[in-house]
Structures are given as structure tokens and as C-alpha cells.
Design a protein around this ligand. Structure first.
Ligand code: CP
Ligand code: NVA
Length: 296
């Protein structure tokens, strides 16, 4: 059966644990397990980390990465996603896809006979969050991850949605802290775990947090709303003052790229609590593990 990863919800807890195990093993040693395979990377939006980490991961697996800029393809001249998906399936063994609309991803998957991997959409960033959960587990070895308090500060879109879903599946304590009107829709995400909550008050959300996670206030494609967002999110910045109310041993996380002095100050980003580079490095192992899981 062809498996894709369009949402974190496409996996159950056992499968997520299996991916973590594969990440651990790939972190120790690379295996060229997928020699001769060709993996496409179709990107409709900018990317530094996700594109590069997947290209490196594909090479380390012995497969061949093919980067495809949407504007170079016939899609940009009107060829349908359905037709494109059928053609891609003839040439490729899997497709890593970044799009501004999750519906494009679903349409692509519907007409594909190869695994489709969500490399960020408006609704989710599953490979990022799987990687980040591994990072949290790895760095919190002494504490059970279920006992940690994770406080996410920022917009309730792709990163927050994927965080909510993984927290629901793995039964983690997650507080989403955002201004009114920017909450993730827990109903449409089918969140059943009562340990996933929304708090509009930064002081209570940060209290005793073991993990602080933030993301940009203005995501790619939302630039028109930037001015309003800067005003609405003003009191949700992760700075030294607010971070001092978290556990002193807390870790600070950001998927990056960061907008300095908006959602985070440089002081916090470069602080001893910050693990943003471990996070970025682990994206390679997550990409290897996810590809291996879907292709095996
Ligand atoms: N974190 C992340 O997805 O970064 P890029 O946009 O650089 O890929
Ligand atoms: N929320 C951000 C994540 C970037 C990795 C965006 O969509 O631009």
C-alpha cells in the first residue's frame, strides 16, 4: 500500500515511535538503503532548511534528489495537478512537496501512485514537528516527554496545527498562546486530548514551561497582513523577561527562519537554553527516517 505523509494525523503513535527509532539509528550511521531511487522535490515557496535537509537525506540514502521549481513546470502554464501527479508517478519514487494550499497536496496525492510528503503547507508542517519532537525527547532524556509542559507562542497555523496533532497522538501537555482570533481550530484538527489547550495570557502560558516554541507572526504568503499582525502579536514576543518565568532548565525552540525582535529577541535565540541548531540538524535524520518509513 502506498503511504503518504500529508498530515501528522496520517501516523499513529507506534509509527511515530518507529520513525524516532529510525532517526536515532540514522544519526549514528547513514545507510544507502534506497540506491537507484529518484525523489522529486516540488517547491512552490521558499525554503532553506527543508529543501537542503531533504536533498542531503536523499543523497545519504543512496537515492537521487531532483529539485523542481514550480514556475519551471507546465503547472505554471495551466497543466493540472492531476495530470502532473500522473506524470511524476511515472518517473519518481516519491515526492517532497511544499505548497501554499493543503488542497493542492490532497489533489496531488489523489492522482499519484507514489508517496507524497508534506514539506509545509498552509495547514501543516509534519516533517518539522516529527523532527522537533525527536529533538525534545532526545534532550529531555531524564524527564518523560509526557510530563513536560510545552508552551507554543505565536500564530495558530501550520506549525501550531502539527504541534497540536502530535501532542494529541502522543498525549503531551501543550499550551498554545496567541492573541484572540489566531487560535488553531482544535475541532477541525480533531483534537481529543484535553492536555492540548489555548491560553491568551502569556504570563500563565509560560509558567513552569519546560519547552518554549515559537514561530513567525507573519508566515510566507501573509505579508499583506504584516502591519496588523505586528500590532496584534506585540505582547506575545519571547524575550528574556517572559522566558524567565519558564523552568530555568527550559529549552527554547524555533523552526526558523526567525524574525528577530518580532516573535523572539536575538538574546533568547542565542541563549544557552536555545536548541535551534540541534533542531535544524535533526531535520536531516527526520527526512531520512520518514523517507525510509514510507519507501520500505
Ligand atoms: N523550518 C523550515 O521549514 O525552514 P525552511 O523554510 O528554510 O525550509
Ligand atoms: N509558519 C512559517 C513556517 C516556516 C518554516 C511559514 O509558513 O512561513
Amino acid at each position: 500500500m502506498i503511504r503518504s505523509l500529508l498530515s501528522v494525523a496520517d501516523l499513529n503513535s507506534k509509527e511515530i515511535e518507529k520513525i524516532f527509532k529510525k532517526m536515532k539509528s540514522f544519526k549514528r550511521k547513514s545507510y544507502a538503503k534506497h540506491k537507484g531511487k529518484s525523489i522529486g522535490l516540488l517547491f512552490e515557496k521558499h525554503s532553506t532548511r527543508t529543501r537542503l535537509s531533504f536533498e542531503v537525506a536523499i543523497s545519504r540514502l543512496g537515492a537521487y534528489p531532483i529539485y523542481i521549481n514550480r514556475s519551471d513546470t507546465q503547472i505554471s502554464r495551466g497543466e493540472s495537478i492531476a495530470e502532473t501527479a500522473k506524470i511524476f508517478s511515472l518517473y519518481l519514487d516519491a515526492l517532497v512537496y511544499r505548497t501554499s494550499d493543503q488542497k493542492n497536496m490532497e489533489e496531488f496525492e489523489k492522482f499519484s501512485t507514489i508517496p507524497i510528503i508534506n514539506a509545509l503547507s498552509d495547514l501543516e508542517h509534519p516533517t518539522q514537528i516529527i523532527s522537533d519532537m525527536f529533538t525534545i525527547k532526545d534532550l529531555s532524556a531524564k524527564k518523560r516527554v509526557e510530563n513536560l509542559k510545552i508552551a507554543y507562542f505565536g500564530d495558530g497555523n501550520n506549525i501550531a496545527n502539527s504541534l497540536c496533532i502530535i501532542s494529541d497522538i502522543l498525549k503531551l501537555n501543550l499550551v498554545i498562546c496567541c492573541p484572540k482570533g489566531y487560535e488553531p481550530n482544535l475541532n477541525s484538527l480533531n483534537i481529543t486530548d484535553s492536555n492540548v489547550s489555548i491560553d491568551h495570557n502569556p504570563e500563565t502560558a509560560i509558567e513552569n514551561a519546560d519547552v518554549i516554541y515559537t514561530d513567525v507572526w507573519t508566515s510566507m504568503g501573509m505579508e499583506k497582513e504584516e502591519k496588523k499582525r505586528l500590532r496584534d502579536f506585540k505582547k506575545y514576543q519571547v524575550n528574556k523577561e517572559i522566558a524567565s518565568n519558564a523552568n530555568s532548565s527550559h529549552i527554547f525552540m524555533h523552526c526558523l527562519p526567525a524574525h528577530i525582535d518580532e516573535e523572539v529577541t536575538l538574546e533568547v535565540l542565542n541563549s544557552k537554553n536555545s536548541i535551534v541548531y540541534e533542531q535544524a540538524e535533526n531535520k536531516v535524520y527526520a527526512a531520512m527516517a520518514i523517507l525510509d518509513f514510507l519507501l520500505s
